[in-house]
Write a protein that binds this ligand. Structure first.
Ligand SMILES: [Zn+2]
Ligand SMILES: [Zn+2]
Length: 232
């Protein structure tokens, strides 16, 4: 993480000023670093974060310093971050959550789709999270994987979190919602619970296993019934 400033700058064609000693204290409790940079995240309503973090606790993305939370948001939404109206509210963790779950399941979902692909079909996957609407017109953040052929979409899998329930992760395969659940670490945070690392790891594994099995079953069922006409 310490090399992030240097690495980002060398990739950036625009000259970016050297992070000068700012004299601002890092906001992380117990961090004694006094050269913190202010998070420059500004949401679509123009509200700014302005938390200050040192190089170890924040990130610089394309020359712009962010706190850890907003660095994660900016990475999740990718190109949307350059659109001032596309940026989630400063307290919205949903895009990061969708991106986090998507990264964990990416290899599994690709494998499922590639294994089921027929002659002439291929897999296209989103790199970032974007806004869409569910069938009830509610806004949701989602990331998707699509099996396509030259005549169009064969099957779409999406991981999404709706704005009406920002802790509930859903997976859709085609038009069906095949799995939903609140990630264990969020459920615990809501309950104010703390568990040791081994239990945390076991709970996460169970959660991801449930999601993976649901996807695998739904893809198999889709293929089993795909001789019938199907909608998207
Ligand atoms: Zn720090
Ligand atoms: Zn921030």
């Amino acid at each position: 993480m310490t090399s992030l400033f240097r690495r980002r700058r060398s990739e950036d064609p625009k000259p970016t000023p050297e992070p000068a000693p700012s004299g601002v204290d890092c906001s992380v409790p117990g961090c004694r670093n006094g050269d913190a940079l202010t998070c420059e995240y500004r949401d679509r309503r123009g509200r700014m974060c302005q938390a200050a973090f040192c190089v170890h606790h924040g990130s610089v993305i394309e020359g712009v310093p962010y706190c850890r939370r907003h660095a994660s948001t900016v990475r999740a939404i990718g190109p949307l971050a350059s659109d001032p109206n596309g940026r989630p509210d400063i307290n919205d963790r949903t895009p990061s959550l969708v991106n986090w779950i998507s990264r964990e399941l990416d290899a599994h979902i690709r494998t499922q789709l590639e294994a089921t692909a027929r002659e002439g079909e291929s897999v296209i996957a989103d790199d970032t999270v974007h806004l869409s609407r569910d069938t009830n017109r509610n806004l949701r953040w989602e990331r998707s994987w699509r099996l396509v052929e030259n005549t169009g979409l064969v099957l779409k899998i999406s991981i999404n979190v709706s704005e009406e329930n920002d802790a509930l992760v859903r997976i859709n395969v085609g038009s069906e919602m095949v799995a939903d659940g609140i990630p264990p670490w969020i459920a615990r945070r809501r309950m104010g619970e703390d568990v040791d690392v081994a239990i945390d790891v076991a709970q996460r594994q169970l959660f991801y296993q449930y999601l993976q099995e649901s996807v695998a079953r739904a893809v198999a069922e889709f293929r089993g019934s795909s001789n019938r006409p199907h909608g998207h």
